[in-house]
Design a protein around this ligand. Structure first.
Ligand SMILES: [Mg+2]
Length: 377
């Protein structure tokens, strides 16, 4: 079996725009083979970067034609070495991860096995997910409380909140969180993401309050450039510090571990890729660190790939789920994973990733840039 072609599909921000939050572009990849078998992948695309990553994937496509789709590690090696001359970077990682995901899908279908069985062996029967409750449409804390309560009613038992965005003072963010804590059922876990908006001093102030509120983790308290601050925060708080969504290589995650700068590593499935996250999980485990799978992607391919890698990671802390992308994803694909207890996903035994993509639906989307994001004065 040889790769015979590669197609990319851009899904505009309008498809996932909602009353709750602004939409996000998605980028899907179809890898076709001369056997007639094909596989689907998804590359993570930061805002306004979908065309850049699409261009990288298209540039790589000609080197893939005629190669064996089952040689996934060889593809990764050649993409990094022969294609990129080891001039790596975040966007290149996203492009490689998207193609790699499609190759795993093909491999699973060809071998009639779910991808998690090819990655290793499953160590759980259900994969836990948490509901991301982020909004960028100026919602009040009362709106966020209602949104989180609705997710709990759907079955989620963990919700992630962003109380320190938009220059919100730490004290104000903590007051909002206290309101949320008092409004939610006691068995609903709260996770907090600071989105790199704090510094060491304000992060420690936040940690003191979050510890009192029984929050489970604090994600990205400070920018990852400041490893020294991350390391100090991690050692000085009893909260679990989560970080890594802006990183794309195993070497970068190794550095985090060397500096004791996190308790939970947070690689994105469609940026770091399945093979690399498997390696990162192994080095994290050796240092008693856990893994949370970041997934700012579709609730189709991105979610499915996250569930496959999560199925085989013993040191798993959870998988990110964006309820607001569900309706958008349903427009172009079917996820064959079914919910179990607490909205977790039961392992799916379908070959490949367990997602059916409707190519004709993708062809109907007309790409247009998302709305410009305001820059601060
Ligand atoms: Mg985050």
């Amino acid at each position: 079996m040889k790769i015979s072609g590669l197609k990319t599909f851009l899904i505009p921000t309008t498809v996932s725009d909602s009353e709750w939050a602004l939409g996000k572009a998605f980028l899907l990849i179809k890898v076709e083979t001369d056997s007639g078998l094909s596989g689907w992948g998804e590359a993570y695309v930061p805002h306004d970067c979908e065309h850049a990553i699409d261009a990288l994937i298209r540039a790589m496509a000609r080197y893939l034609e005629g190669t064996d789709p089952l040689k996934i590690e060889k593809f990764r090696h050649n993409a990094l070495n022969a294609f990129a001359n080891l001039q790596t970077g975040f966007h290149l990682s996203c492009a490689i991860a998207g193609i790699e995901m499609a190759l795993w899908d093909i491999t699973g279908i060809a071998m009639e096995q779910p991808v998690y069985r090819l990655l290793g062996s499953p160590c759980r029967t259900q994969v836990p997910v948490y509901a991301n409750c982020h909004s960028n449409k100026g919602k009040s804390i009362d709106d966020i409380v209602e949104y989180a309560k609705a997710r709990y009613a759907e079955g989620f038992r963990s919700v992630k909140i962003y109380p320190f965005l938009d220059q919100t003072a730490v004290e104000r963010g903590l007051t909002d969180l206290q309101h949320l804590r008092e409004s939610l059922e006691s068995d609903c876990t709260i996770l907090v993401d600071a989105w790199r908006a704090l510094d060491y001093a304000t992060a420690m102030l936040a940690c003191a309050g979050l510890e009192q509120l029984g929050v489970k983790w604090l994600e990205d308290p400070v920018p990852l450039d400041d490893l020294q601050a991350l390391s100090r925060i991690t050692s000085e708080t009893s909260l679990s510090i989560v970080t890594g969504e802006t990183l794309s290589t195993e070497t970068e995650f190794e550095l985090l571990l060397q500096k004791n700068a996190a308790n939970i590593l947070n690689p994105d499935i469609a940026c770091c890729g399945l093979s690399q996250i498997r390696s990162i999980a192994a080095i994290a485990r050796a240092q008693s660190c856990q893994m949370a799978i970041h997934n700012f992607n579709t609730m189709g391919l991105g979610l499915a790939a996250s569930l496959h890698i999560a199925a085989i990671i013993p040191n798993l802390a959870g998988v990110e789920y964006f309820p607001r992308f569900q309706a958008a994803s349903d427009q172009f694909c079917v996820l064959h994973w079914q919910h179990g207890e607490d909205h977790a996903f039961k392992l799916c035994d379908k070959p490949g990733l367990g997602v059916t993509v409707d190519e004709s639906a993708l062809n109907r989307f007309e790409h247009q840039p998302g709305p410009a994001r305001p820059w601060p004065d």
